[in-house]
Design a protein around this ligand. Structure first.
Ligand code: GLU
Length: 284
């Protein structure tokens, strides 16, 4: 049976862009006769708050979303992500990186046209990748905190160069997309402050929860290249992906950016009904 999931981060109130994504998940799950899961992506325990989580449940229920219980809360599963990070480290695919943002900025100062990842972050220049083993061991032994970065060359070599995914986009016209993990360079897979990252948590959880269909905004389209690579390296199955437009109204036109950020509860406070919000987003 197809398994869908909506996976918000409780670091703010659910806005209308999230509502679209949640309702699209519900619609596709219903059409496919599948299950719908809700996953709380709260590995960033500094930014995520229980009151936002409670508000997400309340707003989704108000919108008419139904999901299976229990809800998976990522902050309760750090050991699953640690295990995956350990495996990748043992396989020689991750290396510790001691650089802060300032070290990286300094390392690329004066270099023109230094490449950036799809989020606009400069690609990692490889400083700690080339650190000698003694220095690395000394720093780790002294307790210096380190992020874990993917050795992209090694990973692509092992993950296969023919990596891709089935993309359904907004319609049933599926196409095959070639993954381009090199867009991300040696990215952080284990954060320095948290024993996980969005990327590893999403790859592990989608597999553990048996997710067959990932429905999310186009803003995460490029991240899928990295997710596919991690799935391949960890021997996890590949779901199908439905990257939807970031927001449409009933007529299919894009709503303004400010509308996208409107909290669902603000609309509710204005007296708009759930049916009205659904209709505005193109759902019956
Ligand atoms: N937690 C992510 C967000 O709120 C979504 C992750 C995903 O759907 O893969 O943007």
């Amino acid at each position: 049976m197809p398994v869908f999931r909506f996976a918000p981060s409780p670091n703010g109130y659910l806005h209308i862009g999230h509502a679209y994504s949640a309702l699209r998940n519900q619609q596709l799950a219903r059409e496919a006769g599948g299950r719908l899961l809700l996953r709380i992506e709260d590995i960033d325990t500094e930014r995520c708050r229980p009151e936002f989580e409670a508000a997400i449940f309340e707003d989704l229920a108000w919108l008419g979303l139904e999901w299976e219980e229990p809800v998976r809360r990522q902050s309760e599963h750090f050991s699953d992500y640690a295990r995956a990070l350990e495996r990748l480290t043992e396989d020689g695919l991750l290396y510790p990186c001691f650089c802060g943002r300032r070290d990286i900025a300094q390392a690329i100062t004066g270099l023109t046209n230094w490449p950036r990842d799809p989020d606009g972050v400069p690609l990692y220049p490889g400083t700690c990748k080339h650190m000698n083993a003694d220095e690395r061991g000394r720093r780790l032994a002294s307790g210096q905190s380190a992020a874990l970065r993917l050795d992209l060359d090694e990973a692509v070599g092992r993950g296969g160069t023919k990596l891709g995914w089935r993309e359904f986009g907004e319609t049933a016209d599926a196409r095959d997309v070639a993954a381009e993990p090199s867009l991300w360079g040696d990215s952080v897979i284990g954060r320095r402050d948290i024993p996980a990252s969005y990327h590893i948590a999403v790859a592990v959880d989608d597999a553990l929860q048996g997710v067959t269909d990932v429905v999310r905004g186009k803003d995460l389209f490029n991240a899928t290249s990295l997710h596919r690579l991690l799935q391949e390296l960890l021997g996890l199955p590949a779901p199908g992906y439905h990257h939807h437009e970031l927001l449409r109204d009933g007529a299919g036109a894009k709503l303004s950016k400010s509308a996208r950020a409107t909290p669902v509860r603000a609309l509710r406070a204005e007296g708009i009904s759930a049916a009205g919000v659904r209709a505005r987003l193109g759902f019956s």
